[in-house]
Design a binder for this molecule. Structure first.
Ligand code: 13P
Length: 267
């Protein structure tokens, strides 16, 4: 983590550093509580040919529900798609009914784990401290955490966006290796609403996140109503290194259009 900063002044700071030559582009799909094993097989059969000619500058990650992980791994084997879990516990084993641990995921070939998504924050009252423990244990087992951060509409309207995200970053990443990490900026008001955050604003916040983490090579994604119509504009932004896609990742054709986004032609 970089030094703690004064949130009050952060909104005024424009992040001027250019895009990194070495940052990877990571396009991830979060299926949430969708997709049976039969639906997963059908998705994989349709999706695979659509990514056969993907430019090698981008990585695809898919996060199915736990139950569909083995099916997705099997049916996308060799297709160059990394598999993520939608959450991960902070202990390796124990009396935690309903939970899944990092070693259990690694055994299935999972390489990434979403932590701190706004839905478990909201529905299961996940705290920044628990999210931090999840990220740390994920890394201990070689999983790359995808830490989600983002403000609610009320917080945005109250000019609290920077303060909220700074706190989520500071507490969520305590003791976490920033070199084995992805952060996803997911404004809650943009999730599942069809209201994609304007690309320039998403770019501004992603730049702030990279600056707060203090790691120029950090991959920062944007998430919230990303779809085939908005992807090219988002990916044209310097500070946005990829996206975390919900609803539009359930359809192989729309997700394939997103991963095959049109990169801007260099000036
Ligand atoms: P939508 O793309 O459906 O808005 O969901 C975003 C999200 O929550 C991804 O994690």
């Amino acid at each position: 983590m970089g030094p703690a900063l004064d949130h009050g002044s952060l909104a005024l700071i424009a992040y001027e550093s250019g895009s990194s030559e070495v940052r990877q582009t990571v396009i991830a799909g979060n299926w949430k509580m969708h997709m049976s094993c039969a639906e997963t097989r059908s998705f994989a059969a349709s999706f695979r040919p659509l990514i056969a000619n993907l430019p090698d500058d981008r990585q695809i990650v898919l996060a199915p529900p736990f139950t569909a992980i083995p099916t997705l791994c099997r049916h996308l084997e060799g297709a160059g798609v990394a598999i993520a879990a939608q959450n991960v516990h902070w202990e390796d084993q124990g009396a935690y009914t309903g939970m899944v641990s990092a070693p259990m995921l690694v055994e299935h070939g999972v390489s990434h784990a979403i932590v701190g998504h706004s839905e478990p924050r909201k529905y299961f009252s996940e705290s920044d401290e628990q999210i931090n423990l999840r990220a740390r244990n994920a890394q201990r087992h070689g999983l790359i955490p995808i830490l989600c951060v983002g403000e609610s509409l009320d917080q945005r309207e109250a000019q609290e966006t920077e303060r909220v995200i700074h706190r989520q970053i500071e507490q969520g990443l305590d003791g976490v290796d920033p070199l084995q990490l992805i952060v996803a900026y997911e404004p809650i008001w943009a999730i599942g609403t069809g209201k994609t955050c304007p690309a320039e604003e998403a770019n501004r916040v992603c730049g702030l996140i990279r600056r707060w983490v203090g790691q120029e090579d950090l991959v920062v994604q944007y998430g919230g109503s990303v779809n085939p119509a908005t992807i090219d504009g988002l990916m044209a932004q310097e500070q946005i290194d990829g996206v975390l896609v919900g609803g539009a990742s359930l359809d192989p054709i729309s997700f394939a259009r997103i991963v095959n986004y049109q990169a801007p032609v260099p000036a």
